[in-house]
Design a protein around this ligand. Structure first.
Ligand code: FHN
Length: 605
């Protein structure tokens, strides 16, 4: 569980519990709408609804609001991060500088984005090869950048700017063939009395009843947005602990937008359509789940005048390729300034990505995840029907080789130029592909036309002892049993997380060489944010499905990111041969068992 993932998880669990009555009396049939508006959807319907989004692969996030005026600076001082916003994001300035509501509202008369040009913004997305945009209608500061009838704290009523940016963007999107999406902070609101807080409130004006806030602002604004702008995407942020009725009120107008796609950040028991890893690319993607990585180009979502720490267009493009190869979408952010101008480093990066996408987009759009567990070169793979795309970041000096592909390859071409490449198949089935005349410094996309959709043998991962005799079993090599448990985090620091069902379990295969029967201590590298008062989960190690007697308790480490090494009690006796080492949870007093990065077996003398 990453920091954001934890926020998603807790309210789900609580809401689910509160829905279960102790006894179930015979009830007349009711017509109460389920809390999750898509609860009864068939797979076919869902596939049809998600089709455009799955094919799109690339979208633009836009964070724009009153916070673009101070642009990271308050009373002449650069505002650092605070509390849960350690990053010091520009759009968090009201929270990070603890600006009183009335003082923050003085930004509204200064917000006059006369240079805002919806066609231009959408054209940047289009030029980058993006297929949809998602723009902040209201962020945590509570200010609406559209003329809301629900509250006067909006662009039309509170600023000199009388236009409606959302309406203009919706029209520009339609004109340019881009899907239009809306972000809405349904839970956090630092201005409206009772709005969801982030830590302690800092101004008495923020005090109030959360349920009244949902009833009088949040739900009516969501319904207003869906009714008036008919977005293709609704992007919730930071799940709220909503009652079932509140959850229903927030989704009351979903029916007005057939095909609406909403993410997993609403709360109140609504699972949503898409997972939302933020600022990282999951090591293995998400199993059986649509997902979208949202990411900043520099270190802020909302404009900050002094943030020049931009990722290179090469790494942004490779991120897109990496994400597509794992079956996800990339929602890449821009943070326009208060006049409505998109900062030039962002425009330049979008154009550079677009130049690559124009020639190589076929290796991204409409593709599905790589069938390979690992490639033997620095690059990524995607699939579309009978085509296998290889994106090669750095051409291997020893030549490009592909192992484990069982399907016959008919031809290989360079996607951007059409150059035909030579194919050579070794007796062990390894394919060699000749080097193109020209390589792309970002990534050279190769198309392999196959006789049928690719069939790939995924080699079994069997851990062997290190030189000191110990076994290292990393998250990335685990076999996962269960529906919720998954590998998260990026390759270097991946962990097993979302372990919310105690019956789920990770396991590893190991091979103990002949003549080296030994006993081992078992160490876990783990993190857990269990409440300080609650005990941690009891853990046990099984060998080949049998309890080994090795057990331990994974107490809180303070946060889901704070890893600690724990040596379990007892020792493991392993005979020569193959074994399956499984970590099981005997108890789960908290909402997650733990985040597990690695298991180590250390030989004891
Ligand atoms: O707190 C926000 C943050 O400002 C930004 O909007 C991101 C985008 O995903 N969402 C929240 C943090 O998860």
């Amino acid at each position: 569980m990453k920091r954001t993932a934890r926020l998603l998880l807790l309210p789900f669990g609580l809401a689910a519990l509160s829905l279960k009555p102790a006894t179930v009396p015979a009830q007349p049939k009711t017509t109460i709408r389920p809390v999750d508006p898509h609860a009864d959807e068939t797979k076919a319907h869902r596939d049809a609804r998600m089709k455009w989004w799955r094919e799109a692969r690339f979208g633009m996030f836009i964070h724009w609001g009153l916070y673009s005026v101070p642009a990271g600076i308050w009373k002449g001082q650069e505002v650092p991060g605070r509390g849960i916003n350690t990053q010091g994001y520009g759009e968090w300035i009201m929270h990070n500088a603890q600006i009183p509501v009335a003082d923050y509202a003085t930004l509204a008369p200064q917000f006059n984005p006369t240079k805002f040009n919806a066609d231009e913004w959408v054209s940047y997305a289009k030029a980058a090869g993006m297929k949809y945009i998602v723009v902040t209608a209201k962020h945590h500061d509570g200010f609406a950048i559209y003329p809301s009838k629900v509250s006067k704290y909006n662009i039309k009523d509170a600023t000199p700017f009388t236009r409606d940016p959302l309406a203009e963007l919706a029209v520009a999107c339609k004109k340019q063939g881009i899907k239009f999406g809306i972000y809405y902070s349904q839970n956090l609101d630092w201005t409206y009395p009772g709005g969801g807080p982030s830590g302690r409130r800092w101004d008495p004006a923020q005090q109030g009843d959360f349920h009244a806030y949902v009833k009088n602002l949040s739900a009516p604004q969501v319904n207003e947005l869906l009714t008036n702008y008919k977005p293709a995407v609704l992007w919730w942020d930071i799940p709220g602990d909503f009652t079932p009725d509140e959850a229903r009120s927030l989704t009351a107008s979903f029916g007005k937008v057939p095909g609406l796609i909403a993410n997993d950040r609403m709360g109140g028991g609504v699972r949503g359509d898409t997972g939302t890893p933020e600022q990282y690319i999951p090591a293995t993607g998400f199993k059986d789940r649509d997902w979208e990585v949202c990411m900043t180009m520099n270190d802020t979502w909302g404009y900050k005048v002094n943030d020049h720490n931009f990722k290179s267009s090469e790494s942004l493009t490779r991120n897109l390729i990496d994400i597509a190869s794992k079956g996800g979408n990339y929602l890449l952010n821009i943070g326009p300034d208060a006049s409505g101008i998109v900062p030039s480093p962002e425009v330049e990066r979008l154009a550079a990505m677009g130049a690559w996408m124009k020639k190589n987009g076929a290796s991204i759009y409409g593709t599905t995840a790589s069938p390979f567990k690992k490639l033997g070169f620095d690059g990524r793979a995607t699939v579309k029907g009978k085509r296998l795309y290889l994106n090669v970041f750095n051409w291997p000096t020893a030549g490009l080789r592909l192992s484990n592909l069982q399907t016959p390859v008919k031809k290989a071409t360079v996607l951007a130029t059409g150059e035909k490449l030579q194919l050579l198949k070794a007796t062990d089935g390894t394919l060699s592909i000749s080097k193109p005349a020209q390589l792309d410094s970002v990534s050279t996309a190769i198309v392999l036309d196959l006789a049928a959709p690719p069939v790939v043998i995924v080699p079994e991962v069997v851990a062997k002892p290190q030189t000191n005799g110990s076994y290292l079993l990393p998250a990335i090599d685990a076999t996962l049993e269960g529906d919720t448990i998954q590998v998260e985090g990026s390759d270097d620091d991946a962990n097993i997380g979302y372990w919310t069902n105690a019956k789920d379990a990770p396991s590893w295969k190991i091979k103990v060489p002949e003549g080296s029967a030994k006993t081992y201590q078992v160490q876990l590298q783990y993190a857990s944010e269990s409440a300080a008062t609650a005990t941690g989960s009891r853990i046990a190690i099984q060998v080949d499905g049998v309890a080994s007697g090795v057990t331990g308790t994974v107490a809180s480490t303070g946060s889901w990111d704070n890893y600690r090494t724990l040596t379990l009690e007892g020792s493991l006796k392993l005979t020569p041969g193959r074994h399956v080492i499984r970590v099981v949870a005997l108890t789960k007093p908290n909402y997650g068992v733990m985040n597990l990065r690695r298991v180590s077996l250390i030989p004891t003398p």
